[in-house]
Write a protein of this length. Structure first.
Length: 170
């Protein structure tokens, strides 16, 4: 067989692949994974973040209906009140940057879900925010928490912003 000095032979092309196969085979032959040692530590689930409405990966949120001084309203994680912002649309959140620092959007991470609980009959969905995060919506309205609500049932955000912030009604 004639070869030109500019045409590599099959042997020269195959040599690196053969060498790699031999190395991989030698490294994996006889290599076994050690069995995992039993754990004596108790298993705990990751705690979701109440301030932003996030949850541990794969978690599911149940949105519930609550009753308080302002009437019936929706609640998210840990029973914290959920709010709507009047300037929002079904596809866009108008609360970003500094606004979102005071009114953390109820967002979901990849693999998380939100579902309607008892007394909640509307449609739960999501929209994509300008920062790329997925915000939960109820009947086409984006949902938020209020930073000054310290515990479940607080409704300190009701009527804020000249009445543009209201508790989300079931």
């Amino acid at each position: 067989m004639l070869t030109s000095p500019h045409t590599p032979s099959f042997g020269r092309l195959a040599a690196p692949f053969v060498a790699m196969a031999l190395i991989v085979g030698a490294c994996s032959a006889g290599a076994t994974a050690a069995p995992a040692a039993p754990s004596t530590a108790p298993s705990t689930a990751a705690s979701p973040s109440a301030s932003a409405g996030g949850a541990a990966s794969g978690s599911a949120y149940t949105i519930t209906a609550q009753t308080g001084a302002v009437g019936k309203f929706l609640a998210g994680e840990d029973g914290k009140t959920l709010y709507n912002f009047q300037p929002d649309t079904a596809t866009t959140s108008a609360c970003n940057d500094a606004c979102a620092a005071n009114w953390p959007p109820f967002t979901l991470e990849a693999g998380e879900t939100a579902a309607a609980g008892a007394g909640v009959s509307g449609t739960i969905a999501t929209l994509t925010r300008t920062d790329g995060s997925m915000q939960v919506t109820y009947n086409g309205k984006p949902l938020y928490y209020f930073k000054n609500d310290a515990k479940a049932g607080d409704t300190n955000g009701q009527g804020q912003g000249g009445g543009k912030w209201t508790v989300a009604a079931p």
